[in-house]
Design a protein around this ligand. Sequence first.
Ligand SMILES: [Zn+2]
Ligand SMILES: [Zn+2]
Length: 340
Amino acid sequence: MAEPSLLCVNCARPPPPHRRTWGRCVRCAELNLPSTYYCGDECAQAHWPKHKVWHKEQKEREKELREGTVAEHDRSAAEAQAREAERTGSELDKRCAAAVALIAEDDHHAADKALRKIIKEWPEEPSPYHNLALVMLRSGRNMEAAPMFLKAMELYEDGTKQWADSTGAAFDLLRHDECDGVPKPEWWNDEALKALSARVVAVAPDAGTPCTMRAYVLASEVIFKHNWNAAPRTAMEIKEAVMWFRRAAKVQHTPAAKLSNETLASQCDAVADSLLAKEEAECGQGPRCRRGRGREDPRCGQGGGGGGPKGGRGQGDSGSQGASRRGGEGEEAGGQQNGQ
Ligand SMILES: [Zn+2]
Ligand SMILES: [Zn+2]
């Protein structure tokens, strides 16, 4: 991705070299939503019925965000970024602080513009991509958000908390059918996803999307139609997914996301329990089987929780697609959990 471009909101095609401009939808302008772009008159007209529905969905999204602690997390991210800018005095930090402040004020239109300008001038800086992705995500523009989270992940130092947040957020979008048109990264296969999700939660065990990424990868076909070739999971793996969904529920910023994660945890738990009962019956050795042969036979689950989180709490409860500060760790803004 050279520079993130606005895709046609009707057909998701990138703009031609000589882009035409269109008048903004009055409602979008009123609500400070990012600019919409159409590739031509046909799409502009065809899109209106869909756009009305989209506005309705957008209202729901915003309501969900208001019910949680997203706003206060956004404000504290903006304050932290402003302090950072004051400390360093750098132009980049000042511009990033202004953009994060716009997100905190819910001015997605201005934030969108400011972030695109920063990216133009500092294309190697990861946080503007992450924050622009967040703006698009909150405006229901997932196709555009996904490659930006991927770009941020690529630019952040591998193994940092910000890297983990961007990775989890990218995964959360790419697993949906609606992002089928987004080119998948090289790690979009079962083996790599298992390894990557383990690294992500090792770095950020208290962040929303890293936790749900690990949980979804481990649960795979148990709860959703995965779009990579996932091998069948053992009861032990599904039990670990339960643990990560519960952990995610604790750190989510909206009640809707909390509830969704708790429900998924219960569903996985029931599946894992029945799988364990079946395995025990098949082994014919009763409860001894679990302790005795567990190590050699991965199908004889040892009852969950393996590979738990490293490091304690209190590293900042950022995570689910919160605005990212440039520089320092923690104190990031809240975000929304993408709908399940
Ligand atoms: Zn179009
Ligand atoms: Zn509109």
